[in-house]
Design a binder for this molecule. Structure first.
Ligand SMILES: [Fe+2]
Length: 288
């Protein structure tokens, strides 16, 4: 039986996908703000904790490979970018209808903040599209297979990944080959060779990879890889290209975390600008 993606349930413990992103803001507050995130062992909402428990328990190498087989043939739908934004918008967060912004408003806030800082057009567009992989929820995926911090599978888990203790419940924990520093990988092999936990980052990267410059693609593919871009872990698997990719992910991160305020952008007024920007880089339809 499929459950509504945003209705709390045993397999979807978050009140909304935004709850994960609020947790990220607590962990990584703006430089001039004091962290309210002291001890996630006790301070974290039970739903968030349970969400990570499920994520770390189920994101095994075999699970990741199965999801890639399921989705990377891109046979779900044909949609343009704006159409995908409207589709994602059907993910209504009814936990707090008065204050919650729609998904399109969130995406536009990110893009508008990048635009306000005078960045190139591909960067603005990256901000607009970066979370569209969350449509996985609408294809029936549980929250823990769509959002959450991402991490490499098939090698030892870093204790820089949030809630590392929950990895003990992952079937890969008891596979000795996967629990060495390099696991199934070679030293410095590069993240292109590394299987990351499955979610909206990798999925969207695969959908848009022919249409954006590599800087934007790195921002999309690794924006939830906090253990690497914020904590400096997993450098032993990276190559020179990845060091640059992490820099781009770091450049993007403040717009992802801190641009989502409570004032909704004027979607109707901004739409023509963004339709032009989308048409500059993307074909009318993409395979999802
Ligand atoms: Fe995201």
């Amino acid at each position: 039986m499929s459950e509504r993606p945003l209705e709390p349930s045993p397999s979807n413990p978050l009140a909304s996908l935004d709850e994960w992103e609020e947790f990220l803001q607590d962990r990584y507050p703006e430089p001039n703000e004091k962290s309210s995130f002291r001890d996630y062992g006790t301070n974290v909402r039970p739903g968030v904790r349970e969400f990570y428990r499920l994520n770390h328990r189920h994101q095994s190498l075999e699970f990741v490979q199965a999801k890639k087989r399921q989705y990377l043939g891109k046979c779900q739908r044909k949609m343009g970018i704006w159409e995908a934004m409207e589709f994602l918008n059907t993910l209504v967060d009814d936990s707090d209808p008065d204050t919650s912004l729609t998904q399109i408003e969130h995406l536009m806030q990110t893009a508008q903040a990048i635009r306000a800082d005078g960045h190139p057009r591909w960067f603005i567009l990256t901000g607009l599209v970066h979370d569209l992989g969350k449509v996985l929820c609408l294809f029936g995926e549980p929250q823990w297979a769509v959002v959450g911090d991402t991490f490499p599978v098939g090698c030892r888990y870093s204790d820089k990944v949030v809630f590392p203790e929950f990895f003990r419940e992952n079937p890969d924990w008891s596979v000795p080959e996967y629990q060495t520093d390099y696991g199934i990988y070679e030293p410095g092999c590069g993240l292109d060779c590394v299987q990351m936990s499955w979610g909206h980052d990798e999925y969207l990267y695969q959908v848009v990879k022919d249409h954006l410059p590599e800087e934007g693609l790195a921002m999309i593919r690794y924006h939830s890889f906090y253990a690497a871009h914020r904590e400096g872990a997993y450098t032993h698997l990276m190559n020179r290209d990845d060091e640059r990719r992490m820099e781009w992910a770091r450049a993007f991160n403040p717009y992802d975390l801190y641009s989502k305020g409570h004032e909704p952008p004027d979607v109707l007024a901004l739409r023509p600008y963004y339709e032009d920007l989308i048409a500059e880089f993307f074909p009318a339809k993409l395979a999802w």
